[in-house]
Ligand binder design. Structure first.
Ligand SMILES: Cc1ncc(COP(=O)(O)O)c(C=O)c1O
Length: 369
């Protein structure tokens, strides 16, 4: 009889043999240079107290939402939170999701149809690739941040075209040339969608907002599980696209809405962000301290994500182990998450990392290399 487990076992064995088998481990103890908690809001006692107070005032927020937002799950709190977010970002409408993955899945599976084309930066997040499969649209890739290559591809398209970029790339820690890509989008009448998962909070309300490009962008995705220290995501867009997503995006329609506590934590998170601007200033100081450590980083100067290429799996594993033996938690990224030969140590800097921790980290890496 056909062995159902055989291909599964073979796939896992292949990963193990390559030394890249993923396993779940208990959260390690050590100095955090690997999480997305850039501003230290997750675990911030003042933020926790604000959230506790909100729950005490209204314990109902802990209840399950009871259904899809199109049936019984559309609370006043989620509606008010969306209005608040739209106002903060100076856009017409916001649509909330329980995570950034869900937001991207909704957008890119629903908006493009089988006759359309989605052009993605080759380094775009996996959620966009997964969504494109669901949409059946044609997907093309342009070379990372290469807007000339993007234009070459755009010139050859007919019909509706969407472009997908991240404002700050999570694996390389570099920024998208947003201005140039927005100009191209306008020239070719395409729809630009910007994922701001790693920029939101670190750079105010994100780079689309700070560069005042929101009117030229079809939709922006901001996520709240990283710098904001909570969870969830919003698609920032106009009323028309919001109505379309509510009608056609399966990841929005066919799922139970999150409980109100999530939405409360997001609006309180915005307030906390505005009251604690010092955190992002401190983060920039820490990034500068790291950069003075003279490591060859392929990332941009003011990025909280710094990637050090160690193109040898074995060496990368060794380095990451040496760091963890010394109490430093970093994240080695092996292929296939990144292309073979570009394996790297990803270091995430935070507002709460101390100068001596950063200096010690760079010293160990410099000695190893
Ligand atoms: C660029 C990018 N987009 C989307 C996501 C997904 O966001 P979330 O973790 O909220 O699902 C991530 C998280 O890894 C990301 O890095």
């Amino acid at each position: 009889m056909h062995n159902l487990y055989l291909p599964v076992e073979e796939a896992l064995a292949k990963r193990k043999q390559k030394g890249v088998l993923r396993t779940l481990r208990p959260r390690q103890k050590g100095v955090d240079f690997y999480s997305n908690n850039y501003l230290g809001f997750a675990g911030n006692e003042n933020f926790q107290n604000i959230l506790l107070e909100a729950i005490q005032k209204n314990p109902d927020v802990l209840n399950g939402s009871t259904g899809s937002r199109l049936i019984s799950g559309n609370s006043d709190i989620v509606t008010q939170t969306e209005k608040y977010i739209a106002k903060e970002h100076h856009c017409e409408a916001a649509l909330l999701f329980p995570s950034g993955y869900n937001a991207n899945l909704a957008l890119f599976s629903a908006l493009p149809n089988r006759h359309d084309t989605v052009i993605v930066d080759e380094k775009i997040h996996r959620s966009v690739h997964d969504a494109c499969k669901l949409s059946n649209a044609k997907k093309l890739k342009f070379k990372h941040n290469d807007y000339n290559h993007l234009e070459d591809i755009l010139k050859r398209q007919t019909g509706t075209v969407y472009i997908a970029v991240e404002s700050l790339y999570s694996m390389d820690g570099d920024f998208c040339p947003l201005q140039e890509i927005t100009d191209l989008t306008a020239k070719y009448n395409a729809g630009l969608i910007v994922d701001e998962a790693h920029a939101f909070g670190v750079f105010g309300y994100g780079l689309v907002n700070s560069l005042k490009l929101h009117e030229k962008v079809l939709a922006t995705v901001v996520t709240y599980g990283k710098a904001l220290g909570t969870h969830g995501a919003a698609v920032l867009t106009n009323d028309l696209i919001k109505a379309y997503l509510i009608n056609f995006a399966s990841p929005f329609i066919y799922t139970t809405s999150a409980h109100d506590f999530l939405w409360i934590s997001i609006s309180k998170g915005y307030e906390f962000l505005n009251e604690n601007k010092a955190a992002s200033v401190q983060l920039q100081k820490n990034i500068a301290t790291f950069r003075r450590g003279n490591l060859k980083s392929r990332s941009q100067e003011n990025s909280p994500i710094q990637a050090i290429i160690i193109p040898d799996n074995h060496q990368l594993k060794e380095l990451s182990k040496t760091l963890s033996d010394n109490g430093f938690l970093t994240y080695p990224i092996f292929s296939p998450t990144v292309r073979e030969g570009t394996e790297r140590l990803r270091i995430c800097l935070h507002s709460f990392n101390t100068e001596s921790e950063i200096s010690e980290l760079t010293k160990i890496i410099n000695e190893f290399i």
